[in-house]
Design a protein around this ligand. Structure first.
Ligand SMILES: [Zn+2]
Length: 259
């Protein structure tokens, strides 16, 4: 039993360490900087961050969120991303064990974390993640017996096609661009990794979550109802919901109709 707990802690910590790298990607990709070089530096005083100040979550707590050299405050986003990725990795491990599915969905979820935080800050979804993601997802489908390459291929077409149609329709009616091209490529990537059934689920779930959050924000802000909310984080939430609870939610939803 203690051995099992040690493995759980190790898996969580592994996810958090990768989360630490994801933080580098989130900061550097939109600035078109290399994610491997140079090593991490404080954005305040440019001093190099030592390995013992770069331990996920723990270093942030130990330093009370401040740079050891200059005392500049470190964004809370760093430990939050590490925590989220650690938890996602842990729950993927609980659900799938050490399997090809675990490895592939671990890659996929890590990409979603990067995309979510970049989209929240910059309102863009980098092609440098979504386009290779479509290809990697398709190749990965050959190793996922529950998916299969046919469902992956249809997923790419359904993901890209459905949002392309929505965007085109919106432009025809509103005479301006609504849905970003980044969302279209992201949903195509999700289709590649999870298949076309997931695309339907994600479209439905993300619209629902997006509406709830949008209405809540509008009510809270009252006057400024034109607040631009990026759609990528809702698509990502829908995809993660599908991975962990998709089957249960679909079964429950179908049982409503059978009554
Ligand atoms: Zn500093």
């Amino acid at each position: 039993m203690p051995q099992l707990i040690l493995i759980d802690i190790f898996i969580f910590f592994f996810g958090a360490v990768v989360g630490s790298f994801l933080n580098v990607c989130i900061y550097r990709l939109p600035r078109r900087e290399s994610v491997v070089f140079p090593p991490s530096r404080c954005t305040g005083c440019d001093s190099r961050i030592r390995w013992y100040d770069n331990v996920p979550i723990i270093s942030y707590l130990a330093l009370r969120g401040r740079c050891r050299t200059c005392g500049a405050s470190i964004s809370l986003q760093y430990p939050v991303v590490e925590l989220i990725n650690g938890l996602l990795t842990f729950f993927l491990f609980l659900k799938f064990g050490l399997s090809p599915t675990f490895g592939i969905l671990f890659l996929f979820c890590s990409a979603l974390v990067v995309i979510t935080f970049i989209d929240l800050e910059h309102q863009i979804i980098p092609d440098v993640i979504s386009l290779p993601g479509i290809l990697i997802g398709f190749v990965a489908s050959f190793f996922l017996p529950w998916l299969g390459w046919q469902a992956s291929l249809i997923g790419i077409a359904a993901g890209g096609g459905s949002l392309l149609l929505v965007a085109y329709g919106y432009e025809l009616v509103a005479k301006k661009e609504g849905m970003g091209g980044g969302d279209i490529k992201l949903l195509a990537m999700m289709g590649a990794f999870l298949g076309w059934r997931a695309v339907l689920f994600i479209l439905f779930a993300s619209s629902l979550i997006g509406s709830i959050v949008g209405i809540t924000l509008m009510l809270a802000q009252k006057k400024d109802s034109k607040l631009a909310i990026p759609f990528g984080p809702f698509l990502a939430s829908g995809a993660i919901l599908y991975i962990f609870f998709g089957r249960q939610i679909i079964t429950w939803y179908l049982s409503l109709g059978a009554r």
